[in-house]
Design a protein around this ligand. Structure first.
Ligand SMILES: *Cc1c(COP(=O)(O)O)cnc(C)c1O
Length: 403
């Protein structure tokens, strides 16, 4: 069709700063944009003026205290990242080449990567449909048969999932029978509770992350916390290059430079007081998504078992393509076309080429969650109008009765 005569390069649209009939361009909606508390600049100025630009000092000590409190543990060690905390945990637990380390197949690769780099053999266990986290029943059975074979794992590593806590009470009970330590990857579980206790509580070691996309951030960083002061002292020693407490440089083993800078600790400290409010914000958004979408056939939400209170760090849906009329990839692409970021649920580790030869136990539940699962944008600054756009785009795709 020929353009109307007025649509020349010098039409009003090109000359005037705005036109009332053209909506302003929509800004992109990221999956999990970070939030600021408003206290960060003041905290940064204070820490810079204090002169503590090293992984030491009062801001770092205060941050570690705040993390210990948030995770319900007597002690915490702040680290350069959640992945560094995991590496330190594996070292503190004495993981050696050839040891088995068992973990959930539905997690981020960083949960197990440091153990694999240390020569451990990963074994991937399926999740249970009620929580999408490590299945304690399967773990119990597998531990009993491993004990019969005389090959118990060096550690069992449950992971929280998009703000959903793992059932540490049940996992710990299964492991205690055989004396197997539990390391909880709670990198994305901060603020959640299980059995009325903070995510990860009950494990021997708990990892937290303060990466930029997490519910509370230090601009990068992590922590290791737990009830055993000897394990944490060991991790702290290794985080500071395993330097012995003498005047000259003396080392019984090699360590890492894994401690957190106090500059970043100051940022984390400025954020932590907002944790509870952010959890409420995420849960409220989840409720609005649920209200806007749950009547659609073939669409369901990540469950919340009775023993858990999730943070809903990300709102996660399951799409039954036959009943919904489109698959999760069609939804992802339709959102992406509008500048809205969503992301498939983790691809299970037992399906990753990096682990094609690793032993596993089940995996069908996690594989189906990957095939049909989509994380919806859930970042802090997202407006109600943006939520409504996400809901409208998804509703537009639903074709009940077809497909
Ligand atoms: C973010 C995350 C990590 C890694 O934390 P970093 O601080 O980014 O190193 C590990 N495991 C899970 C489940 C995570 O979500």
């Amino acid at each position: 069709m020929a353009p109307p005569p007025s649509a020349s390069p010098l039409s009003s649209a090109a000359i005037l700063p705005f036109r009332r009939d053209v909506p302003p361009p929509k800004r992109p909606v990221p999956l999990a944009a970070p939030a600021l508390s408003g206290r960060e600049l003041g905290a940064l100025a204070a820490v810079l003026e204090s002169g503590w630009l090293a992984p030491a000092g009062p801001a770092l000590a205060a941050f570690e205290e705040a993390v210990a409190e948030a995770t319900g543990q007597p002690e915490a060690l702040a680290t350069a990242s959640g992945t560094a905390a995991l590496h330190l945990a594996y070292r503190a637990l004495g993981v050696a080449p050839g040891d088995e380390v068992w973990t959930t197949t539905l997690t981020f690769i960083a949960t197990i990567a440091p153990a694999v780099q240390m020569g451990a053999v990963p074994r991937f266990l399926d999740v249970c449909p009620e929580s999408w986290t490590l299945d304690p029943e399967r773990l119990r059975r597998d531990l009993a048969s491993a004990a019969r074979r005389g090959r118990l794992p060096r550690a069992v590593v449950p992971a929280d999932l998009f703000g959903q806590p793992a059932d540490i009470a049940a996992i710990r009970e299964a492991c205690a029978r055989w004396g197997v330590p539990v390391l909880s990857d709670s990198a994305c579980g901060l603020g959640a509770t299980q059995h009325g206790r903070p995510a990860g509580d009950g494990a021997d070691l708990i990892v937290t992350s303060f990466n930029g996309n997490k519910i509370v951030t230090a601009g990068g960083g992590g922590a290791l916390s737990g009830p055993h002061s000897a394990l944490l002292a060991r991790a702290r020693h290794l985080a500071h290059q395993a330097r012995e407490p003498v005047a000259h440089y003396q080392h019984e083993t090699t360590g890492h430079n894994y401690a957190l800078s106090s500059v970043l600790a100051a940022v984390g400290l400025a954020q932590l007081p907002d944790l509870a409010a952010r959890v409420e914000g995420r849960r409220a958004r989840f409720a609005r998504y649920q209200e806007g979408l749950s009547d659609l056939p073939g669409l369901s939400f990540m469950p919340e078992p009775g023993w858990a209170r999730a943070t809903r760090w990300l709102t996660v849906i399951q799409v039954n393509p036959r009943r919904f009329g489109a698959d999760r990839e069609a939804i992802r692409l339709a959102l992406a076309a509008e500048g809205i970021e969503s992301r498939p649920v983790w691809k299970p580790l037992h399906l990753q080429p990096a682990f094609r030869d690793a032993p596993r136990s089940g995996g069908a539940v996690a594989a189906a969650l990957f095939d049909n699962g989509l994380c919806l944008p859930s970042g802090h600054g997202m407006s109600r109008a943006e939520e409504a756009r996400v809901i409208a785009i998804i509703r537009e795709l639903a074709r009940p009765g077809r497909g």
